[in-house]
Design a protein around this ligand. Sequence first.
Ligand SMILES: Cc1ncc(C[n+]2csc(CCOP(=O)(O)OP(=O)(O)O)c2C)c(N)n1
Ligand SMILES: [Mg+2]
Length: 337
Amino acid sequence: MARTIRTPAKKPAKQPTGAHDERWLRFYCQMLKIRLFEEEVNQLYLGAKMPGLAHLYIGEEAVAVGVCEALRQDDYITSTHRGHGHCIAKGASLDRMFAELLGKEAGYCRGKGGSMHIADQDTGNLGANAIVGGSAGIATGAAMSIKMLKSDQVAVCFFGDGALGQGLLYETMNMAALWKLPVIYVCENNQYNEYTHYRETTAGEVTGRAKAFGIHVESLDGQEVRALHATAQKLVERARRGDGPAFLECQTYRFHGHHVGDIDRAYYRSKVEEAEWKSQRDPIKLLAAWLEKNKLADGKLFQRIENEVSAEIKNAVNFALNAPYPQPGEVDQHVYA
Ligand SMILES: Cc1ncc(C[n+]2csc(CCOP(=O)(O)OP(=O)(O)O)c2C)c(N)n1
Ligand SMILES: [Mg+2]
């Protein structure tokens, strides 16, 4: 009988993670889904079918998947301008995401938000955010509401290394530490804020900032999804049992430009550096190699997974391309200024 290749179901977040656990195949599928979604977004941009820009998450998939797989559906996340990976990892539907990117009524914000404003209350996604660092206030506020309501949910705040220069992060980490809020600050250190290496904008140690507030910190390789997930699980459990906030720095890399239009990058980062990350530090290839070594998958299975995920992406994008735009009369509805 043919082996099932539908994305294996999500297991309860506390499941032990042994080598022969099918969950790693699910992680592979989830990371691939993000990768292929993003490649399709790039095609939509290149084909002038998508209004505006998008910031691709390709290369960073292990962070979103490793962290979100440690969360329950009712846990909260806040995201960034580079947010598609977070949305997908938390369970957003691809057709509604594509519809949002294309400005269609079926999109998560009825087509009025676009790439940087996708939010999905059903999966606890409080939203992408075009304001660098802005999500820290929302995640910390959500964590405060969790505490006031005496719930055992957790809030995760994804942000980039560029947000380390934003004061809001420090105001909110201070509050989170004082009030022992169930919030995890996940710094996606992809080495660059736009076109500048983070070392040119960030004095001292990244984790030193959270340590100063007495917040528990971890710093790790953001390309190794299994280890990252194990740490995320630990931090989520800490927060859930009331032990307060944590700060997780993930060393990662975006394989594409800052946004889809950032093609000529050699003036701020070398082609050799890019090639090294792509060939040696690709989170999907790293997990695939481990799955093969542990006889959990082989070339044939990978091909079938890719076919299936590609078909899902194709269906979703076709749905969005053929979907109607919202009526002009509702242009002033559901928008806030
Ligand atoms: C408050 C604010 N300042 C500046 C910008 C312009 N801006 C957009 S993305 C970006 C860099 C973000 O870098 P980082 O946080 O490291 O995220 P990455 O793009 O690397 O994922 C900047 C400065 C913004 N959107 N918001
Ligand atoms: Mg960055």
